[in-house]
Design a protein around this ligand. Sequence first.
Ligand SMILES: *Cc1c(COP(=O)(O)O)cnc(C)c1O
Length: 242
Amino acid sequence: MDSNERQRYSSFLARRRAELLDRIAEAASRSERHANEVTLLAVSKTVGVEEMLLAYEQGYVAFGENRPQDLQRKAEALSGVEGLRLDMIGNLQRNKINKVLGSAELIHSVSSVGLGKAIASRAEVRGLTARCLLEVNVSGELTKSGMAPEEVARTFDYLMELPNLSIEGLMTMAPAGNVDVARSCFSKLRELICALRASTGLELPVLSCGMSDDFEVAVEEGSTLVRLGRIVFDPSYADAGR
Ligand SMILES: *Cc1c(COP(=O)(O)O)cnc(C)c1O
């Protein structure tokens, strides 16, 4: 980008961010929640380090990547930037675990018991604790990864006992295209996390749900972290919510 383009893109990012924070605050207040209970994670998988730095200048500090090699590369490029955090939100294969351990602040996509075990054992070797969310396939769509809610309930005690793995909550992706279906997905996820909190006594503070097309219903249903990509970074995104 030349300096004119940078300036134009920066002012788009700033305007859009102010609008998103307003909409999150309004959605939160509709459920008698506080906007400061909701983290806005900027999903940067379609942009480069330059765009991420411009977003950081406008106030974004939490970014999400869905490919281990991109996360690792961007983490290295941005390692000196104060307070910036990168989360792993996409499908994680076992042979890529080492790329994200130590660079990702939070791994949202623990989609099976086996993956959880594998992350725990790699983390043990590296002498660190991996902060994770369990990815839940609430809708039961065959194309989606994640554990069925019953499987999460059945295996949670085992997973939470694994050393070097700290489970901090749940994550889901709702089916695209219908906000009523999305709402019921988010509400089932909230019921599941409430049941787990009650049975384990753990705080489980993070409920990661809501993307560009459905983040307002997600916040109304209790999301504590929305993962927004296109609506943050793409000036041509046509907002289905409006
Ligand atoms: C890409 C992606 C998002 C962001 O999607 P948008 O619709 O662009 O907001 C959120 N979560 C995951 C897991 C993703 O891969």
